[in-house]
Design a protein around this ligand. Sequence first.
Ligand SMILES: [Fe+2]
Ligand SMILES: [Fe+2]
Length: 173
Amino acid sequence: MHERNRLPAANLGACQPARGGLPLKRHPSLRGLSDDHHTALVIAARCKRSDEASAARTWESVVAAAPSQLEPHFEIEERHLLPALRRIGEQALAERILDDHVQLRELLAVTRPTPDSVQEFGRALEAHVRYEEREIFERTQDRLPEDALVALERACDEIPRVCPAGLFGSPEG
Ligand SMILES: [Fe+2]
Ligand SMILES: [Fe+2]
């Protein structure tokens, strides 16, 4: 399952998902998104550690990874997860996700990064991932409509999300 979304073998060292304390009990249809979240936590950790010496280089990697990793993930959630949440009456949760995506896209538009701006993006990305895992997935995974889960899983299988090789190392890297 989701084999197409797994990083090519040559990239495994580049974006090895960090388990990062995320809950492991996931509805099978949400595992593709959870795998992406582990990659996002690696990116967030790197951003949070950025300093004067590394901020520009780190930001270059983030901007390079965004169109192939972060943006397709946001789009899958917006197309399939948010409507499913609204259908079960969780409009507020759907709006919070959308607000977070707007904020993250605004932060990604920064063209003159500073250590502060890169760290801010890292904190925002980490907080968003943890919110989705702990508040959204944990609270709603057993209530989401079956057809929506099937569509979500299919989208995760069909829409590639890859982190270009060499951009990010291990969580400590
Ligand atoms: Fe999201
Ligand atoms: Fe997400």
